[in-house]
Design a protein around this ligand. Sequence first.
Ligand SMILES: C[S@@+](CC[C@H](N)C(=O)[O-])C[C@H]1O[C@@H](n2cnc3c(N)ncnc32)[C@H](O)[C@@H]1O
Length: 377
Amino acid sequence: MRRIPSILGDPGWTVCLVGEEQSGKLAQVTAGLRHGPDPSGSGKRITSGFSYWGLESTVAWAHACNDLYYPVMRESIGSFSRRWRAMTQTLPDGPLHYVSLGPGTGQKDQALLRYLDSRGRSGCYIPVDVSAEMLRLAQREALEHLHVPPADVLPVQLDFSMPANLDRLCTLIRHAVGDEPVVYSLLGNTLANFDNDTQLLALLAEKLLRPQDRFLLEVASTAGQDEAAARAAAHEYENSPRFREFVTSALMQYTDLQIDMNSLTCEGLVEDDRALKIKVIYRNRTGGPLELTLPDRSTVPFPDQDTIRLLLSRKYTLAGLEKMLVDARVTKVGETHDVGHAAFDRPAFGLALLMLQSADVPPPPEPRAPGPNPFRD
Ligand SMILES: C[S@@+](CC[C@H](N)C(=O)[O-])C[C@H]1O[C@@H](n2cnc3c(N)ncnc32)[C@H](O)[C@@H]1O
């Protein structure tokens, strides 16, 4: 890289470290689609990262983020700058390195990097995503009009939900930043896409967070939790044509299914007392059996009424969120909570932005009571 520094200054080029074997990922997505029949949406599935993997999904995601009918993401991006600024007094002093876990379109990263840049505090920018195409999109958007030297930008293509990948990512980050503090982020309710959300947060905290680091987490919230609220949460996703294109883009890539948009449903469920859970499901409604051909050319029966879960999301209750933080061994050092209006058929839904640190950081020492002053007493 030292031999081509001037080339890296040309925004037409992007450098990306690929952190895992991509053919192995294809085997993983295929395994998710081989599950047996289940009419409730808990059998065949596209697991989190694969909804975004590849060019079609990346483009479809960028379109969905701008859809007027998909308010969750649009509002989260539009209000991020203001909410982030409210959090900045909880940052450690001095230069900060920024590791963005799943940068998406990069708009939020731009707000965060712009803040650091304007105060002369920016260090390295390390976006980490399962999708190389998403990384390129994010990097371009995030760095627009900023003066971050190309050598300080290190995009990494890797699935951050795998423990072994996090060990390698951690080694890379430590080499790049030494003992200087890092701000990690997991934004856009990405955590809610994972079946084992608490486990993932605990893993990220355990593997990545040192006492000097911070972790910025953004999740969707709900003030109420009953069947009607779950239906209203599901409804938010159902209304957006661009979101429907996004969730079916993985099906288009990994199966030979003739997609019928009327076979797509969003189902809202109450998940214990912790969250509303939304499953975006494709159901075989043809009235007869179908067969799916997978990327490895094997075929899988897709009987009538069988389902493929395309995406999982949640809206957390405040109690559910607090418990998740305790279980993941992280503590809050700052938070903002934007809450919308309740309506006759639904409770208030909102967005929580939390600044976290490892729970293993020792609390600051209690200020000591002043002792006798030898010069006065
Ligand atoms: C819901 S989008 C959020 C995008 C952005 N942070 C925002 O708030 O606008 C999720 C992002 O995480 C990435 N992603 C999802 N699962 C991942 C995984 N297991 N490993 C790496 N990246 C993942 C996706 O490619 C996408 O960029």
